[in-house]
Write a protein that binds this ligand. Structure first.
Ligand code: HEC
Ligand code: HEC
Ligand code: HEC
Ligand code: HEC
Ligand code: HEC
Ligand code: HEC
Length: 496
């Protein structure tokens, strides 16, 4: 056989390396072509094509080089002196060798450029983020699909644009891949996420903070835990204004928090649920400090403890991954009649069935069925027979609520990630808007019920036909005296 390449190439390692390289290269080409024509490829397809195979390809190319180096050493030792890098372009053997080498290198570089572009795109796709580490990301991915941001790619909030953040996220991503492979990750994943980039660079690319005006109506129907599941509807007009004075009147939630004011805080816990110091600097530069009466800090502590600046994510910490508490999920299903509200005590029993701490999803779904069926079987025998169809539907719906909001494998429930936007089931706005943070002038941050929203309706109608425009004074649906004025709502309303 005529030798087409330098003698050093003819050794077993290099031959194996080249055969492997050719096979892998053709496989990659083949898969890429398939990928171009088949839009819905399986989840692991991309990983194999753009990550695993190219790594193997690099290894087999290394094999060729290692083989050549070893062969050269062997030839040198054996006395047959051959000049490794002496090329003679008059020698057709050498010419062919060089041409073949250049073609392979150029092809490889082209394909790896294309490949790494694809790998880049792939590693930022929702598929990669949500499905590949299926167990770890299951809660976030499930919640994401029914969120207002279901069409926004994970990477647009978690990475954003720009090379520096890209590198940072890939570095922390590499650590994440390692921790998943070796089962080192914590369950649940701790928040606040330290390497989530600032909201100005993610949220504010789509939501322009200068343009928040007018109000937003939020209406919810609650059902009490009595026999009749008595409904109670509250309709609120949220004062979400706060845009730029160039464009319209400015007042409301976003004005105070974002453009006009710089608010910093110190929290006692990692989850930032207990805030013990607040500093507000307005546009004129006036500084107001609020000190905790329960946890007073010395000036030294205030200067040395880490301070956080309020941005979008301090209020909107669940824009895409909301895990609802049992009460609000069951309320919604009752309101939409997916659970029949004429079943006695169904609110109470459904919430109870959802509130136990189950070790696996299978056990949970099974227990939910048992608890609800046993309840009617023993307490309401006639209803268990007459309304067996409605009970079955209720069981299915409660099981669905469980699957959507509870993830025992990752220890994820609404309790693991408190939502900050309200104040009913979590401290939320009342972390700062309370009577326990007092300024040196003796002022607290307002807890006035009308400063953030106006009540348009409160009462038993499911869909109120008349709303007031002047606003109502809050009536607590259950007679608890003035408790609701002094105790934070979430101390009684735990979500269960
Ligand atoms: C609209 C922006 C947005 C999108 C889109 C988004 N996230 Fe998030 N994500 C957040 C914010 C904000 C947090 C919470 C940050 C905090 O509390 O510190 C978060 C938290 C997380 C966490 C930490 C655990 C948790 O539940 O809080 C994981 C994991 C996560 N996201 C994964 C994903 C995945 C996977 C996708 C795509 C399927 C995705 N995210 C899409 C904004 C987003
Ligand atoms: C890629 C663009 C994009 C990014 C980035 C983005 N959003 Fe959004 N967001 C949207 C769109 C579009 C909607 C409106 C969805 C609809 O109404 O169909 C929306 C809706 C919202 C809403 C209203 C939800 C509701 O219930 O009506 C909030 C609050 C919000 N986004 C907060 C955030 C926060 C906080 C971030 C950053 C963590 C963020 N968004 C990042 C595009 C984006
Ligand atoms: C002080 C808390 C707070 C901060 C900070 C905050 N928001 Fe909001 N935002 C709210 C509340 C409260 C609402 C109304 C309730 C709701 O939509 O659930 C709201 C509503 C919204 C909406 C829905 C508006 C609509 O017309 O439907 C968007 C979008 C939004 N915020 C984006 C942002 C972005 C982007 C930032 C950061 C620049 C931000 N918010 C900062 C509290 C805040
Ligand atoms: C980190 C602390 C903090 C959190 C959390 C917080 N606020 Fe505030 N908020 C303040 C401070 C401080 C002021 C007062 C600014 C001043 O008067 O100098 C304020 C003022 C306001 C005002 C203006 C009140 C008025 O009429 O003077 C509104 C509206 C408001 N906040 C809404 C909200 C909403 C809605 C939430 C929850 C989604 C929230 N805030 C959460 C610190 C906070
Ligand atoms: C600092 C601003 C702020 C103050 C002060 C405030 N609220 Fe709210 N309230 C909110 C926000 C934000 C929400 C959540 C709206 C949403 O669901 O997006 C809310 C929600 C509610 C709800 C609906 C509960 C839910 O989330 O299902 C009720 C009822 C309510 N508020 C009553 C009150 C009463 C009563 C007071 C006075 C003691 C009060 N609020 C004071 C900001 C405030
Ligand atoms: C001392 C405890 C306590 C406090 C504090 C409290 N509530 Fe309640 N709340 C109750 C009880 C008890 C019920 C009746 C529960 C039932 O029958 O299901 C109730 C019922 C409600 C309901 C009717 C829907 C439901 O879940 O049953 C709403 C809405 C409500 N409260 C809002 C608030 C708000 C907003 C605050 C804070 C401003 C607040 N509550 C503070 C004890 C409290």
């Amino acid at each position: 056989m005529a030798k087409r390449f330098p003698d050093t190439f003819y050794n077993s390692l290099s031959i194996i390396g080249s055969v492997l390289s050719i096979i892998i290269f053709i496989t990659i080409l083949f898969l890429v072509i398939i990928g171009l024509f088949v839009p819905e490829t399986p989840v692991y397809f991309g990983i194999v094509t753009f990550i695993v195979l190219p790594i193997l390809l690099i290894f087999s190319l290394l094999l060729i080089i290692i083989g050549i180096v070893r062969e050269r050493k062997r030839l040198l030792k054996g006395g047959e002196v051959k000049h490794f890098i002496s090329l003679d372009f008059d020698n057709p053997k050498h010419r062919r060798g060089v041409i073949a080498f250049v073609i392979v290198v150029v092809l490889f570089m082209l394909s790896s450029a294309f490949g790494s572009y694809q790998a880049f795109q792939y590693s930022e796709s929702v598929e990669f983020c949500g499905k590949v580490c299926h167990e770890v990301m299951e809660p976030e991915y499930t919640a994401y699909q029914t969120s207002p941001h279901a069409r926004v790619r994970c990477a647009e909030c978690h990475i954003g644009e720009g090379a520096d953040w890209f590198v940072k996220s890939k570095l922390s991503g590499a650590y994440q891949v390692y921790s998943v492979l070796f089962n080192k990750y914590s369950r649940p994943i701790p928040t606040p996420i330290r390497n989530l980039r600032p909201a100005q660079e993610t949220c504010e690319r789509c939501h322009w903070p200068q343009y928040f005006f007018s109000e937003k109506k939020i209406q919810k129907t609650y059902f009490k835990k009595d026999e009749k599941n008595t409904p109670w509807t509250v309709s609120l007009l949220m004062k979400i204004g706060g845009g730029s004075p160039e464009m319209g009147p400015t007042a409301g939630i976003h004005w105070h928090m974002n453009i006009n004011q710089n608010i910093q805080y110190i929290s006692k816990d990692k989850m930032r649920q207990e805030i013990i110091y607040v500093k507000s600097i307005d546009r004129m530069g006036n500084v107001t400090e609020y000190f905790s009466t329960d946890n007073p800090l010395t000036r030294d502590q205030i200067d040395s403890l880490p301070k956080f600046m309020v941005d979008c994510i301090d209020c909107h910490n669940r824009p895409s991954h909301v895990y609802n508490p049992p009460t609000s999920s069951v309320d919604l299903s009752l309101f939409l009649k997916r659970i029949d509200p004429t079943l006695p005590f169904i609110k109470k029993i459904a919430v109870e069935a959802l509130s136990y701490n189950y070790s696996t999803k299978e056990k949970a779904l099974d227990s939910i069925r048992h608890i609800i069926e046993n309840f009617y079987g023993s307490e309401y025998k006639d209803i268990a027979i007459n309304k067996s169809e409605q009970i079955k539907e209720a069981v299915l719906e409660v099981q669905k609520i469980y699957s959507r909001n509870f993830f025992p494998r990752m220890n994820v429930t609404w309790k693991a990630y408190p939502e900050n936007i309200s104040h009913l089931n979590n401290p939320g706005c009342f972390r700062c808007h309370n009577d326990k943070l007092i300024s040196s002038l003796g002022q607290s941050i307002t807890k006035n019920c009308n400063s953030c929203h106006t009540i348009l309706y409160q009462g038993p109608e499911l869909s109120p036909k008349t709303l007031t425009t002047t606003g109502l004074d809050f009536i607590h649906p259950e007679d608890i005296g003035d408790e609701w004025k002094t105790t934070n709502c979430n101390e009684c309303h735990t979500g269960e």
